[in-house]
Design a protein around this ligand. Structure first.
Ligand SMILES: O=C(O)CCC(=O)C(=O)O
Length: 310
């Protein structure tokens, strides 16, 4: 991580503050855990707040380690890496090779990584829940499953798989008006790696006209992109932002992969959400045909249960 990169937000966006105690009594009163790291007034004004050191970095690292293991298991099967614990550079080179050698397996690894227990556990962490309550979400609820991103141009067949243009998450979530995204880097992310870019105050504009492309509502309006601020972050930081905040991916111009995870929450107590009958736009369904034909055979099944080993 380049020295001082995590201070960029403060320098670039003054008077935005990060990781500070709110000077005025707010909805935080009575909250415990890490909610004191969230300045509610800043959040309301700017639509986002960066909580530096919200988690000990090693807690977040577990997700990164688990995600790496998912890919490594398949790299070993295909002879791309030999070790179960490849070095950082072997692993990264292996990711590019796996993508080229077997796109289906690469995509499957990406899907399995979305289901890691460590990822889901962190999304339910009481420090996040109490911070959400501090932001006024009286009855926080998961909007969609946690997301784990690994962005690099060389790992994407389409632009949307590595870089998202300006959008508002509310367009795809359609949940409560006070819904929140928690964006966590799994590694230190500076501008070179494509730090997320946010447009301070844009959440107050309401829902902008957008066109849904690949599941994201791409904004049609002419936006002054010069007003976007790059939020450089270190592992352990947590960026909380309103789902109405205009934001986009920074461009990862480094040779490395940018790892992050994103959690999205609605507030079931928000009156317009109740009034609209709690709409839920996400579909989740299994593929009906057998993905591996003629599998499993009775012998393969018996082997699992008879030996007691898998
Ligand atoms: O992490 C990114 O680059 C963009 C993520 C994002 O904007 C989203 O998932 O809505």
């Amino acid at each position: 991580m380049p020295a001082g990169s995590s201070g960029l937000l403060r320098k670039a966006a003054s008077p935005l503050r990060t990781n500070t105690l709110s000077p005025k009594p707010t909805a935080l009163s009575g909250q415990s855990e890490n909610s004191h790291m969230i300045d509610v007034n800043d959040y309301r004004e700017n639509g986002f707040v960066l909580a530096k050191g919200f988690f000990p970095p090693e807690e977040v690292e577990q997700i990164y380690a688990d995600a790496r293991e998912v890919f490594t298991l398949q790299m070993r099967r295909l002879g791309i890496v030999a070790s179960r614990a490849p070095s950082e550079s072997e692993f990264e080179a292996g990711m590019f090779k796996l993508f080229e050698a077997d796109l289906q397996t690469f995509a499957n690894c990406g899907k399995q990584a979305q289901h890691l227990i460590s990822l889901h556990r962190l999304s339910l962490d009481k420090r996040i829940v109490s911070a959400l309550k501090g932001l006024g979400l009286e009855f926080p609820n998961i909007s969609t499953r946690p997301l784990l991103y690994f962005n690099a141009e060389r790992l994407a067949k389409k632009e949307v798989y590595w870089r998202l243009d300006v959008h508002q998450d509310w367009r795809s979530m359609q949940g409560s008006l006070d819904s929140v995204v928690v964006w966590l880097p799994l590694i230190d992310i500076d501008k070179t790696l494509g730090a997320l870019q946010v447009y301070p105050g844009s959440h107050k504009w309401g829902l902008l006209e957008a066109e849904i492309v690949d599941g994201y509502g791409h904004l049609r309006s002419d936006l002054d992109k010069a007003k976007l601020i790059s939020v450089e972050v270190e592992r352990g930081d947590a960026l909380f932002f309103s789902t109405l905040l205009v934001h986009q991916s920074g461009t990862n111009v480094s040779p490395s992969i940018r790892w992050s995870c994103h959690f999205r929450y609605n507030n079931l107590s928000e009156p317009t959400f109740i009034e609209r009958g709690f709409p839920h736009p996400y579909l989740y369904k299994p593929q009906s045909d057998l993905i591996t034909p003629n599998f499993p055979s009775p012998t393969e099944v018996r082997k699992i249960f008879d030996s007691g080993e898998s």
